[in-house]
Design a protein around this ligand. Sequence first.
Ligand code: NCD
Length: 304
Amino acid sequence: MRHLMSPLDFSIEELDKLFDLAADIEANPAKYAHACAGKKLATCFYEPSTRTRLSFESAMYNLGGNVLGFSDAGSSSAAKGESVSDTIRMISCYADICAMRHHKEGAPMVAATKSSIPVINAGDGGHQHPTQTLTDLLTIRSIKGRLNNFTIGLCGDLKFGRTAHSLIHALSRYANIRFIFISPEELKVPEYITEMLREENIPFEEVTKLESVMPELDILYMTRVQRERFFNEEDYVRLKDFYILNKEKMELAKDDMIILHPLPRVNEISVEVDDDPRARYFQQVQYGVYVRMALLLTLLEIEV
Ligand code: NCD
C-alpha cells in the first residue's frame, strides 16, 4: 500500500506515468466515468480549504466513486480531543482512501503510519502540498510540453507557502532548472531549501524586486501572503501588498511566459491580468482535477 506525503515519493518515471494517465483522462473522460464505482474517498480537512477539498471530491465523483468526510476540525471528533491516529483507524473502516489536510506539519504522516488505507497529504501546515505540486507540474507539462530547461520565478510568501516548498523540491529533480526567488526579506525561502539547492548545484537567485527579473522568466509562480501563519497581524498588514502583478509589469514579461497561482488569490494578481493569455491559473484548477483522478486510480491500483 502506498501513501503520498511529499512530491518526491514518486520517481520521475512514475510521475511521467501519472501525467500520461492524467492526459488520457483529459482526452477520454467517459472511459474513466465508472472506474471507482463502489469506492469511497474520505476528505479529512482540519484546516479550511475550498479548492483542494472540492478538487478531490470532484475527482472522485468523476470516477464514479463516493465521498465522505469533514471540512473543519470543529465539526469532527478532533474537537473532542481525538488524535489523528485514532481518527484514521476509524476512517480506515469507512473509506478506501483518505485525503488529509492539517495545520500541523507531519500530521498526515503520523496518520499514514496507523492507516490501513492509502493517505494523501492534502497540505500540512507550512510544510508540503504534494497534490498542488502534481497540479503545477501537469499544468506546466501540458502547456509547455516539458518539465526541464526553465527559468522559474516564485514570488510572494516563500517562507510559509507550502506550495512553493513542494514545487521547488519537485522541480529541482529536472534538468536545467533555474530558480529566481522573489520575496520580501522577511518571507524568504527557508534555509533548509536553499541549502538543498546549493548541495545539488542547482542555480538560484534571491531578489526583492519583481520588475527586475520579469524579462528572464519562463514561468512566474505567484503566491499569497499566508495570513494564518503569521505571528502578528501588523507584520501581515505591512507585507500583504508587497507584490501586485498588474498589466504594466506584464509588459516586461516574455510573450510565452505563463503565470501560475495555487489560489486563493488575494491582491497579488490584479484582476486586469486575468484576460492576458499568459494567465493560466484558472486552467491550472482544471488540471488539478485530472491529476487527482490519476492519483486516486494509481493509489487504489485500479487499471482502466
Ligand atoms: C494553497 C494551500 O492551501 O497551501 N491553496 C491550495 O491548496 N490551492 C495555497 C494557499 O492557501 O495560499
